[in-house]
Design a protein around this ligand. Structure first.
Ligand SMILES: [Zn+2]
Length: 259
């Protein structure tokens, strides 16, 4: 009997609880919703763990914390394809604006030989839509010349030395890698003019050429000695179209190699 009584009392007790809950059902539901709502609110506004740690570490001296708003990465769409900078070739007409350079007995100057060839090259480049600047020997534009390449055009002495004083030579800038420009120019110039390569007269004056030092870094530059004004005179004057074509082809070869 005692056990029955106990069972009954337990049943009665739980029944009382259920009746109590049932009577107050709206309050019970309200409390449940309120707890779930608070939980969701806490979860929603909790920063990620790393950020929370950072805030905890930084808030020792201040009660304020930075507000982080995550922004999704957005791809940047370019409306136009990026075009390379315009090609610009600098042609130094050797000695122009400075002195005459080598002079022949009859008064022909290296400066006028150089300028004639430079103008022919510039004209041919412009005809192809390539911008070309004819520069003085000590042109003030050299120090900030943003060109694709600079070619300084010179010619060798008009004095008769011996029968070997014929041929051309090319020296590259030692400040900016100009080997590609040099090799293009050597091959194209030799092919156009059929002149021999006159390497044994390349002097420090050529390799440490003042214009190489004036030019900004990154502009390939060479100096071309187009020929000797004595033995190669006809080629450099009457037939100046030939050395001009050689230089033009050398520039073309270089531009093709950089694209
Ligand atoms: Zn010269």
């Amino acid at each position: 009997m005692q056990s029955d009584f106990r069972d009954n009392s337990w049943e009665n007790e739980s029944f009382d609880w259920l009746r109590l809950l049932g009577r107050n059902l709206p309050i019970v539901i309200f409390l449940l919703v309120a707890f779930v709502g608070m939980g969701l609110t806490y979860w929603f506004f909790s920063p990620p763990e790393a950020t929370a740690e950072m805030i905890a570490n930084s808030s020792s001296s201040s009660l304020s914390a930075p507000f982080y708003k995550p922004i999704p990465a957005k791809p940047v769409l370019q409306r136009l394809a990026q075009s390379p900078g315009p090609i610009r070739i600098g042609l130094i007409a050797g000695h122009k604006g400075s002195d005459s350079g080598a002079v022949c007995a009859d008064g022909l100057t290296e400066a006028e030989v150089n300028l004639n060839i430079a103008e022919k090259v510039a004209g041919a480049l412009l005809a192809q839509g390539i911008h070309a600047d004819i520069l003085d020997e000590f042109d003030p534009r050299l120090s900030n010349y943003g060109g694709t390449a600079v070619i300084s055009i010179h010619a060798d002495s008009c004095t008769y030395v011996n029968d070997l004083a014929t041929g051309y030579k090319v020296a590259p800038s030692s400040r900016t890698d100009s080997i590609q420009l040099q090799s293009c120019m050597e091959a194209a110039y030799a092919q156009a003019t059929q002149l021999p390569y006159h390497a044994n007269t390349i002097t420090p004056h050529m390799t440490d050429y003042h214009a190489f030092r004036s030019l900004p870094d990154g502009v390939p530059a060479i100096i071309v000695e187009t020929g000797f004004m004595n033995l190669d005179r006809t080629l450099l004057t009457t037939n100046a179209d030939v050395p001009a074509a050689g230089i033009l082809n050398g520039i073309q070869c270089f531009l093709d190699s950089t694209q």
